[in-house]
Design a protein around this ligand. Structure first.
Ligand code: FE
Length: 350
């Protein structure tokens, strides 16, 4: 081998090694519970804009929290995305996140949609999109007036009509935690008991299954996250169109405390090795462009202030008018969850 070729090869090897090192520095390791394929393009957009590569691990909320605990300080996770307020709260309480200071994030995300600040002002997690927990009903058999509050789900007038997924599912734990915050523990427990008495069948399935059960006549009233209904409204499948045509939707409690909003949100992992990149990624997700895509892609509303989205299903669902949503700090919901689970056990809500 000639000296020149040898020198060239060495230079190449060094360049390759340098490339590998800088590529290694420019990553963010993401644990995500977002089960929405539309997020994919957004992650690609972040990499294009910043050069930071995203390594993603998908699991559900509970799986991610368990994994973080098991991995401890060795965890490679930098950013955690979860799809429920109570789970975010639990991650915070279990010490799995590190509070961060970011003016970009605190300017963008309203105070009621993020964790309570730590003593030094750090925030453990931020809501990044919002979804309403709405009531759907059989338009022929049910009067809207009989289901336009959460309270009426437990009213004896709706006996034998209600379908709902397991009470212990995070979406319901968060809703019940919010209702407990609004009406107090005693009334909330009586309300849960009322709902058990109104069930058309034992809780089973996901939110979409409840909507379908109303359309099929198995029940007359159901509870769902707004995006599951929006997804069906935007579907061209004849079977989905048939379901949507049979059901009405109501945003509950417009005359009182407002409709319960849950969040999907993000946090920086306690042992993040790429902390700066993690903050950059969360800040990117709160930007107007990313918010529009992040929320709209899954038919949600942005969490960031002052943004309007142009989503035909959400417009149709709300009659193209703003609806009143609750304003309690979403972290209060998480704080009520243990209490709620005990109430569910007492009233026999599966
Ligand atoms: Fe979901």
């Amino acid at each position: 081998m000639s000296k020149t070729v040898k020198a060239l090869l060495t230079a190449c090897a060094l360049a390759a090694a340098a490339g590998a090192v800088s590529a290694q520095e420019q990553v963010v390791n993401l644990y995500s519970a977002r089960h929405y394929s539309t997020d994919e393009a957004l992650y690609t957009g972040f990499t294009k804009a910043t050069g930071i590569k995203i390594n993603r691990v998908d699991a559900d909320d509970a799986g991610i929290l368990a994994r973080l605990k098991a991995e401890g300080t060795a965890s490679p996770a930098d950013v955690i995305l979860l799809v429920d307020a109570a789970r975010l709260y639990k991650g915070e309480v279990d010490g799995l996140f590190q509070p961060i200071q970011s003016k970009v994030l605190t300017d963008a995300i309203p105070a009621n949609l993020r964790s309570m600040p730590a003593a030094d002002g750090g925030i453990a997690w931020f809501g990044l999109s919002t979804r309403a927990r709405v009531i759907v009903y059989n338009k022929v058999k049910v009067q809207k007036e009989d289901v336009d509050t959460y309270e009426e789900l437990g009213d004896p007038k709706n006996k034998g009509k209600l379908c709902i997924r397991s009470g212990s599912h995070p979406y319901n734990l968060s809703l019940f935690g919010a209702v407990t915050e609004h009406m107090g523990e005693q009334k909330a427990e009586a309300w849960l008991k009322g709902m058990v008495g109104n069930l058309a069948r034992a809780p089973k399935g996901g939110d979409t299954d409840q909507i379908k059960a109303v359309a099929s006549g198995e029940c007359d009233i159901a509870v769902t996250n707004s995006y599951y209904l929006a997804r069906m409204m935007r579907s061209g499948k004849p079977e989905d169109v048939a379901v949507v045509n049979k059901v009405g939707v109501v945003f509950p409690n417009q005359q009182s405390w407002g409709t319960h909003l849950n969040i999907a949100g993000g946090a920086v992992a306690k042992n993040a090795k790429n902390r700066d990149n993690a903050i950059k990624f969360l800040e990117y997700l709160a930007s107007a462009e990313a918010q529009n895509y992040f929320a709209n892609g899954n038919n949600e509303w942005p969490a960031a202030k002052g943004l309007n989205i142009d989503n035909p299903a959400l417009k149709a669902m709300t009659g193209n008018a703003p609806f009143k949503s609750e304003t309690i700090p979403i972290s209060a919901v998480g704080a009520n969850v243990t209490k709620v689970q005990q109430m569910l056990d007492r009233v026999g809500f599966q």
